[in-house]
Design a protein around this ligand. Structure first.
Ligand code: AMP
Length: 212
C-alpha cells in the first residue's frame, strides 16, 4: 500500500498513520517527525529547518525532498508506506510523482482528512505530547491519566504560530486536493469523529480490500 494522508495540521494524520502502521505493517513517513528529529540532533539539516518550523512556515523543498528520497530508498519502504505531512505543495507532489514513477511504484490513494477550521484550532492549542512515550493527548478532548505522563507542547502548537500554519495550509497545501482529484486518487473522509470511526472511514474509502 502506498498512500498519502492529506489534511491540515491537527486533522489527525499522525494518529491515523500510527493505526495504519499497526494494521498493515508498513512504515509511516512523517516529514514533520523527520525534521523534528534532525532539529533535536542539531544536524546541519536540522539547523537549516528550525527557523521555518518555529515560525510555522514550510521548510524549503530541496531539504524536504532530499530527506524523502533518502527515506523512500530504505528497505522497509519497499513494501509500501504512509506519507504523513508530505507532500505539502505542488512542487513536492510533482517531485514525488517523478520519484515513484522512476521506481515503478506509483501512489495508490490519497486520503483527505476533512475538518472544520475552528475544530483544528482547538485540537492544535490543546495538543500535548508525552516526552517519554511519544503518546499524543489533548487537554480538552482526551486528557492523559493524572501523573502518568511527562507532557510537553510542541513549540509550533503555540497559539501565535498556529494561525500561520493554517494559513500556509490554505495557500500551499490545499491546491493538492484538486491535483490529486484530477489524478483520480483522492478519497475524502470526515475527520471530525472518534479515532476508530475515522480509521474505519479511511479503510472503507481507500483500502477496501487490503487488510490481511
Ligand atoms: P507537521 O508535524 O507535519 O505539522 O510539520 C511540522 C513543521 O515541519 C511544519 O510546520 C513545517 O515547518 C515542517 N514540515 C513538515 N513537513 C513538511 C514538508 N513536507 N514541507 C515543508 N515543510 C515541512
Amino acid at each position: 500500500m502506498r498512500i498519502v494522508l492529506l489534511g491540515a495540521p491537527g486533522s489527525g494524520k499522525g494518529t491515523q498513520s500510527q493505526l495504519l502502521v499497526k494494521a498493515y505493517g508498513i512504515p509511516q513517513i512523517s516529514t514533520g517527525d523527520l525534521l523534528r528529529e534532525a532539529v533535536s540532533q542539531g544536524s546541519a539539516l536540522g539547523l537549516r529547518a528550525k527557523a521555518a518550523m518555529d515560525s510555522g512556515k514550510l521548510v524549503d523543498d530541496a531539504t524536504v525532498l532530499g530527506m524523502i528520497r533518502e527515506r523512500l530508498g530504505r528497505p522497509d519502504a519497499a513494501k509500501g508506506f504512509i506519507l504523513d505531512g508530505f507532500p505539502r505543495n505542488i512542487v513536492q507532489a510533482e517531485a514525488l510523482q517523478n520519484m515513484l514513477g522512476d521506481l515503478g511504484t506509483p501512489l495508490e490513494a490519497v486520503v483527505l482528512m476533512n475538518l472544520d477550521l475552528t475544530i483544528l484550532f482547538k485540537r492544535l492549542t490543546g495538543r500535548r505530547i508525552c516526552q517519554d512515550c511519544g503518546k499524543v493527548f489533548n487537554i480538552y478532548t482526551s486528557p492523559p491519566p493524572e501523573g502518568k505522563h511527562n507532557l510537553i507542547q510542541r513549540p509550533d502548537d503555540k497559539e501565535e504560530v498556529i494561525g500561520k500554519r493554517l494559513e500556509v495550509y490554505e495557500a500551499q497545501t490545499k491546491p493538492l486536493i484538486k491535483y490529486y482529484e484530477a489524478a483520480g486518487l483522492l478519497h475524502s473522509v470526515d475527520a471530525d469523529a472518534d479515532v476508530d470511526t475515522v480509521f474505519k472511514s479511511i479503510e472503507q474509502a481507500a483500502l477496501p480490500t487490503r487488510r490481511a
